[in-house]
Design a binder for this molecule. Structure first.
Ligand SMILES: C[S@@+](CC[C@H](N)C(=O)[O-])C[C@H]1O[C@@H](n2cnc3c(N)ncnc32)[C@H](O)[C@@H]1O
Length: 362
């Protein structure tokens, strides 16, 4: 079934320039949890360039990979709104950029028989396997390279962890605008519920600076370990704490004390999941997508929980599936029998789609 989704479950077509990273870590990555920490995979761009390979062999791989991508034409686009050949060719270049140490050698791939060697971060055989997985299994590029560019961040991701989407970036801008005018909220404690790779928590952690603190929650242990890695890579261990748990379950110690609650929870109606593009429906974790029969199950739970977790004047922002969800939530908040919320508002995303619901604890 081909369905049209309000949520842009496609991958960004522009890649932002990389910023410098903390590429190696000596401290163990940890998060508070009842289970033991998992070790996240190392993204290709963070691996050492130890695979010296003849440029001519890399060229053979590149030609093969381009032919495979071109053979897709518009077939994925027509079947489930997936990527077409031109987007796949762009992705191929991103894979190449992450894999090759010296980018100045990339243009030489078009030149006949250069005798040079090139240092790769990944073995050539693995590159063949990765690209086959991209085309034949529709595995998202982000899982192959192990990262996603989001705002000014490059976040590690891996299978089992939701890939952060561009529309969610606005959540950080909303918080940034708010705290500019409100010192009390800037210095307070914020929570990102369902943190995934840690994207929103890290974005907010950076705008709050040293004054504020963020707790990043996820039920999925793989997400927690990847979020903890990303927090550490951006040097925010003192500002962001990653906790594993079910929504507000591990937050009893901060009940009624929060300055802000933000979340991009699962909000796809359960029976829409089989109609998503294969990259999403077959590869991203169902726990990150499935919002119950009408997609509102978690959103309503979060609205209720926010009322008891926030301090008076505290702010909340939730991402939704679009206009219908926004209207239901605003109606719910405005008609709360206990009158616990005020200034409930719908905010559109960069595509002009009603996407977020924001408001304050009265
Ligand atoms: C749509 S993803 C968003 C991830 C991330 N915030 C982002 O925007 O990229 C939803 C996240 O909620 C988490 N999640 C789902 N149910 C949860 C629950 N009951 N408690 C905590 N986290 C949950 C999922 O594991 C997933 O990481």
């Amino acid at each position: 079934m081909k369905i049209s989704l309000i949520r842009t479950y496609t991958f960004p077509i522009f890649r932002k320039p990389s910023l410098p990273f903390h590429s190696t870590f000596h401290k163990p990555i940890s998060f508070s949890s009842s289970s033991s920490s998992l070790k996240p995979k190392t993204a290709i761009f963070l691996r050492p360039p130890t695979h010296s390979t003849p440029l001519s062999d890399l060229k053979k791989w590149y030609t093969w990979a381009k032919t495979l991508a071109s053979s897709v034409g518009s077939s994925f686009l027509h079947s489930d709104n997936g990527p077409d050949a031109s987007l796949l060719c762009r992705e191929l270049n991103w894979l190449l950029e992450d894999s090759v140490e010296d980018h100045s050698l990339i243009p030489q791939l078009g030149i006949q028989e250069s005798p040079q060697n090139v240092n790769l971060r990944v073995d050539l055989d693995e590159l063949y396997c990765l690209w086959k997985e991209r085309i034949e299994k529709r595995k998202p590029l982000q899982y192959l390279v192990g990262c996603e560019h989001w705002r000014d961040l490059v976040l590690c991701v891996e299978e089992g962890v939701f890939i952060p989407r561009p529309e969610t970036e606005l959540m950080v801008d909303m918080v940034s605008d708010l705290i500019e005018k409100n010192e009390e909220l800037r210095e307070g404690l914020w929570v990102d519920l369902g943190t995934g790779s840690g994207a929103i928590a890290i974005g907010i952690g950076r705008v709050l600076g040293k004054q504020g603190k963020v707790i990043a929650i996820d039920l999925n242990p793989v997400a927690c370990s990847v979020a903890a890695l990303n927090v550490q890579r951006y040097g925010l261990q003192d500002e962001i704490e990653v906790r594993r748990g079910f929504w507000f379950e591990t937050l009893k110690d901060v009940e009624g004390k929060l300055s802000g609650v933000v979340s991009n929870p699962p909000y796809i109606p359960s029976d829409h999941i089989s109609g998503l593009q294969a990259e999403v429906g077959e590869h991203e974790p169902r726990l990150a997508l499935d919002g119950g029969p009408n997609g509102l199950e978690d959103l309503l739970h979060l609205c209720n929980g926010a009322a008891s977790m926030l301090k008076p004047g505290g702010f909340f922002a939730f991402e939704t599936n679009g206009e219908k969800h926004c209207k239901v939530l605003v109606d719910y908040l405005e008609n709360d029998p206990a009158g616990r919320f005020c200034n409930a508002k719908i905010v559109s995303d960069i595509a002009g789609i009603q996407r977020f619901v924001t408001g304050f604890r009265r």
